[in-house]
Design a protein around this ligand. Structure first.
Ligand SMILES: NC(=O)c1ccc[n+]([C@@H]2O[C@H](COP(=O)([O-])OP(=O)(O)OC[C@H]3O[C@@H](n4cnc5c(N)ncnc54)[C@H](OP(=O)(O)O)[C@@H]3O)[C@@H](O)[C@H]2O)c1
Length: 402
């Protein structure tokens, strides 16, 4: 048996123990010796749990046990998760995590430490929950130049937008339903303001370029300002509103453009029909073309399953570093204001003529029978140009078109 430890026995951590127990036979197809959870580190005790006798409160018990070869870090947050992970890697113990906050902030640092100590730092579960995306990116795409990664990376906001669309709900009511169903936290800010998907697209962008993209470098908009009319307008032009993480990588300049924002996605695009709490990630390789990865973006067992897939890979590569292609160097970010994109725009009706003057005769009016406003789509325009023009309008609202 290969001995492992779980640090942080909450939703994902307890799911890892469950996956290992329930699917030990499946794991043994890959690892005939099997995996055993020797220790669980948490602040709490878990009396009555079948794992109660494995609970410890001192990380040194785990780090000083030479039998431990992998630690699953599912505590969340930066500290003490960073210090515990660093100390484990320095001892040659591989770390597998679902902690996107830590991966985004210090994943490059931990990857380098792992390389120096012939062990691995893997974080499949930190993006897209149960969806295998990071491993395919580094193995199946080894021969590709990845030009774009576009994803629905947050199940909560996708659920809210789906509810608004299918049940004609206001944002507030859809958010309330998401909270009542346990999909949104009581403080939903990280989801609805886009911070969570922003972290995930930053991690994906880091892996695509091999350099560190921090979420603070990524322009980020959430869905809290989206209303029912936006969805009706989207429908009128054969589109649906989705909160996307978008990363585009230019081969000639090696620059990347990364953004999190609501987009109107056209019918026929694979992301158009991704609904409810599901996540999906489209990757475009210059040779293979478009590929889409779809599944449960969160949840106890799907996320735990992704962590265990990393544990299996670490054990198969014991004593070696699995190179995830992440270097601890800042990414070369392109000029976000130079990106060209079309916009959907709403302005008060009395500013219709001004809109035609500012955005030109190529704009396409969109109507849902609301007389108090003038809505239209623009041809492609740079972000900078658009920002300069739209600020001349009072009460204007815009959404990008994919
Ligand atoms: N839940 C999901 O579906 C999901 C999906 C993808 C990624 N993730 C990520 O996975 C990580 C874990 O999420 P989760 O939902 O499992 O969180 P959770 O249920 O809150 O579990 C975290 C556990 O770690 C324990 N803990 C916190 N600080 C500790 C410390 N200093 N020493 C020992 N134990 C400590 C917590 O104990 P207390 O409860 O006593 O504080 C709790 O039992 C987060 O980074 C999250 O973003 C979660």
């Amino acid at each position: 048996m290969t001995e492992i430890a779980i640090i942080g026995f909450g939703t994902v951590g307890s799911g890892i123990a469950e996956v290992i127990d329930e699917n030990q036979a499946e794991i043994r197809r890959e690892l005939p010796e099997g995996i055993h959870v020797k220790y669980i580190l948490d602040i709490r005790d878990f009396p009555g749990s079948p794992y109660a006798d494995r609970v410890v409160h001192d990380i040194d018990v785990i780090l000083n046990d030479p039998e431990i070869s992998v630690i699953c870090e599912t505590m969340g947050g930066k500290e003490p998760a960073f210090t515990f992970s660093k100390r484990a890697l320095e001892k040659g113990i591989s770390v597998c995590t679902s902690n996107k906050e830590l991966v985004d902030a210090l994943g490059g640092t931990l990857a380098v430490i792992a390389r120096e100590h012939n062990c691995s730092y893997l974080f499949e579960a930190s993006v897209g929950g149960g969806i295998p995306i990071l491993r395919p990116l580094r193995s199946s795409f080894a021969q590709e130049f990845i030009t774009s990664v576009i994803g629905i990376l947050n199940g909560t906001t996708n659920y809210i937008l789906t509810k608004m669309e299918t049940e004609d709900l206001d944002f507030e009511e859809a958010l309330r339903q998401a909270q009542d169903n346990g999909y949104a936290e009581r403080n939903p800010e990280a989801d609805i303001e886009g911070y969570d998907p922003c972290r995930k697209i930053a991690i994906l962008a880091s892996l695509v370029t091999g350099m560190n993209v921090k979420y603070q470098q990524v322009p980020c908009e959430g869905i809290s300002k989206i209303d029912k009319k936006d969805l009706q307008y989207a429908r009128a032009i054969g589109r649906a509103v989705k909160l996307l993480g978008v990363c585009r990588h230019d081969r000639a300049t090696n620059q990347i453009l990364v953004r999190t924002a609501p987009y109107m996605v056209p019918k026929g695009h694979p992301l158009y029909s991704v609904e409810d709490v599901f996540n999906a990630i489209m990757v475009h390789g210059n040779m293979v073309g478009d590929l889409m990865f779809y599944g449960s973006g969160a949840g106890k067992l799907p996320t735990a399953s992704a962590v265990v897939s990393d544990v299996v890979e670490c054990i198969q590569n014991a004593g070696k570093n699995i190179d995830i292609g992440l270097r601890n160097q800042p990414a070369v970010m392109g000029d976000a204001m130079a990106e060209k994109v079309s916009f959907f725009v709403r302005v008060p009706a009395e500013q219709a003529d001004k809109a035609k003057t500012y955005f030109g005769s190529e704009i396409q009016p969109v109507s849902i029978g609301v007389e108090s406003e003038f809505a239209f789509t623009t041809p492609e325009i740079t972000e900078g140009d658009f920002a300069a023009r739209i600020k001349e309008f009072d009460g204007a609202k815009s959404i990008r078109l994919l």
